[in-house]
Design a protein around this ligand. Structure first.
Ligand code: HEC
Ligand code: HEC
Length: 231
């Protein structure tokens, strides 16, 4: 009984005050320049309305998601990840055939100096989110055949309807994946494909109940894409 009360108290403390290092200048930058668009603490109400209204992706589990060298680089030179921004419904023009991105509604992302990017990345990488968010060691690291991977990605599992594995080819309602290997941790990619809503509640990527070999193959394919298409 006492233990469960303690757990509730600790849980609440985590939600309302994330583990932000007060002495790091990155904390001040995040609070002043970033939290108007990004959540750096787990939202108490992860509703569909909140997803629909958010102005930028959640960053409260950044430490379980990003590769730090990519983060430091991207914050200085932000290149578009979501072809139709956040959220895509606000930036596509209606069309019967396929989505056309209305570029005039998309704005450039704030850029940081090298020192600020490093300070912010230090703070973000310390935010690991809920302990069970990604399954550590889930991706086994096997090399996969790129042609088999492409067949599953494009045809058999329908990922290309929303994602680009090559610049300019594929859907625009999900993030491009040709730089995902540089950008994201392997176990995050695996866990996201396995159960997208466990990481981002209400997100419109389907949970496909993929078998283990499929999860390994798609994760390996996406990681290898970065080397072939992302450069
Ligand atoms: C005006 C709203 C806005 C502000 C302010 C803003 N961002 Fe963003 N941020 C976005 C949007 C929109 C995206 C998605 C960009 C894309 O996909 O190309 C994004 C993407 C990101 C990403 C990549 C996230 C991912 O999951 O792919 C990081 C990291 C990031 N922002 C960090 C920051 C930091 C650090 C600051 C403050 C210095 C900041 N942002 C300020 C709107 C904002
Ligand atoms: C109906 C559209 C849709 C389909 C189909 C889809 N996804 Fe997604 N996917 C998304 C959206 C939306 C996100 C997250 C958007 C965000 O973070 O802003 C996402 C995120 C991801 C991410 C994490 C990327 C990141 O930058 O955070 C990976 C990896 C991924 N999808 C892989 C796949 C794979 C593999 C398939 C096929 C099995 C697939 N997706 C099918 C819409 C889709």
């Amino acid at each position: 009984m006492k233990l469960s009360i303690l757990a509730i108290l600790l849980g609440t403390a985590f939600v309302s005050s994330p583990a932000l290092a007060a002495d790091n200048p990155g904390t001040g930058i995040l609070k002043a320049q970033c939290i108007s668009c990004h959540a750096i603490a787990k939202p108490e109400n992860a509703s569909l309305d909140r997803l629909w209204e958010r102005k930028g992706p959640d960053l409260y589990y950044a430490g379980s998601k990003f590769n730090k060298p990519w983060l430091v680089k991207w914050l200085q030179e932000p290149a578009r990840i979501r072809p139709a921004g956040e959220l895509y419904t606000r930036h596509v023009k209606g069309s019967d055939k396929e989505d056309v991105v209305d570029e005039s509604t998309l704005t450039a992302h704030v850029k940081l100096s090298k020192a600020d990017a490093e300070a912010v990345a230090d703070v973000l990488m310390a935010l690991s989110g809920p302990a069970d968010l990604v399954s550590k060691g889930a991706f086994k690291g096997d090399k996969v055949s790129m042609s088999m991977g492409a067949m599953f990605f494009n045809k058999l599992r329908g990922c290309a309807a929303c994602h680009q594995a090559k610049p300019g080819t594929g859907g625009s309602s999900g993030p491009e994946l040709y730089t995902a290997g540089e950008r994201l941790q392997a176990d995050y990619i695996y866990s996201y494909i396995k159960n997208p809503q466990a990481i981002d509640p209400h997100i419109w990527m389907p949970t496909l109940n993929l078998a283990e070999p499929d999860l390994q193959r798609l994760t390996g394919y996406i990681l290898q894409l970065s080397a072939s298409e992302g450069k």
